[in-house]
Design a protein. Structure first.
Length: 272
């Protein structure tokens, strides 16, 4: 097994849901390796991002993992348009270079549709997206992530901060919209605290979560997140509405919050 493949597994958190899945024995080796390397992820990923452009393993190519073919084209906004959702052709351009995106349009398109509705309804002019893989789904959004990502393509500013540490370095009510797609499950039991920060810094929010996934490793952060557990992360707030991002055994649900009340979460003790 090459180091490039091992680091890919570490970065994505999953290998078996991709075309060209390795055999069962290979999968078990990958799962064990991921458990060993996971604590070293903050150190290894910045190194991988720097060496990745120079690595092109034939074995990775057979699994559809290819080096990006040049930079992504800059995205255009209309005059006076501060933020907007990603369009399908723009998503396809990203997915053609980054395999992470290839099976994700279903739920991301739902998030984009909802974002477009909120932007139009409330005339939103700013957005913050937490931890996008390479490309925020909101064109013009600022990005917050725990470490720098040399592959990130965004129009807004980049805030380097761990979302599990409060307070976030953002002023109260600074953003009209917060977006967090498939990231809250990675916040190490600090989801409720992080959501309180969302309420403090943004007026509306869109959050997607994996619901009822059965993972081989019960310690996997995606394993068995129930609807009840997900809702507990948002207490004392309740979603304005919940939509299905995609169905199937890897179901993703989209939680939508409108007119968040920062005073309400300040007045209630955090959920545990």
């Amino acid at each position: 097994m090459t180091m490039s493949r091992a680091l890919y597994v570490l970065k994505s958190g999953s290998w078996v849901d991709r075309p060209g899945t390795p055999n069962r024995g290979d999968h078990l080796i990958l799962q064990r390796l991921k458990r060993i390397l996971w604590p070293m992820r903050p150190v290894l990923l910045p190194i991988w991002r720097r060496v990745r452009p120079f690595v092109q393993s034939p074995r990775l190519r057979r699994h559809g993992i290819t080096r990006p073919a040049g930079p992504l084209a800059p995205l255009v906004r209309k005059p006076g348009e501060s933020i907007r959702p990603l369009r399908k052709n723009e998503f396809d351009a990203v997915a053609s270079r980054y395999p992470y995106y290839r099976s994700r349009w279903d739920y991301m398109s739902v998030a984009c549709r909802i974002a477009g509705e909120l932007i139009e309804r409330y005339d939103l002019q700013s957005a913050l997206e937490l931890g996008p893989h390479v490309r925020p789904v909101i064109v013009g959004a600022d990005v917050m992530d725990r470490s720098a990502n040399v592959e990130l393509r965004s129009e807004g500013r980049v805030i380097i901060h761990d979302a599990t540490a409060a307070p976030w370095p953002i002023a109260d009510g600074h953003y009209g919209l917060f977006v967090g797609l498939q990231v809250f499950e990675h916040l190490a039991d600090m989801q409720n605290m992080a959501f309180r920060e969302v309420c403090r810094v943004a007026r509306h929010a869109i959050i997607s979560l994996p619901i009822d996934w059965e993972m081989d490793d019960p310690k996997n952060v995606h394993h068995r997140i129930s609807r009840e557990k997900a809702l507990s992360w948002f207490e004392p707030m309740t979603p304005t509405r919940i939509e299905v991002g995609n169905g199937g055994p890897r179901k993703r649900m989209i939680y939508v919050f409108e007119n968040l009340d920062a005073a309400l979460v300040r007045d209630v003790s955090p959920a545990h």
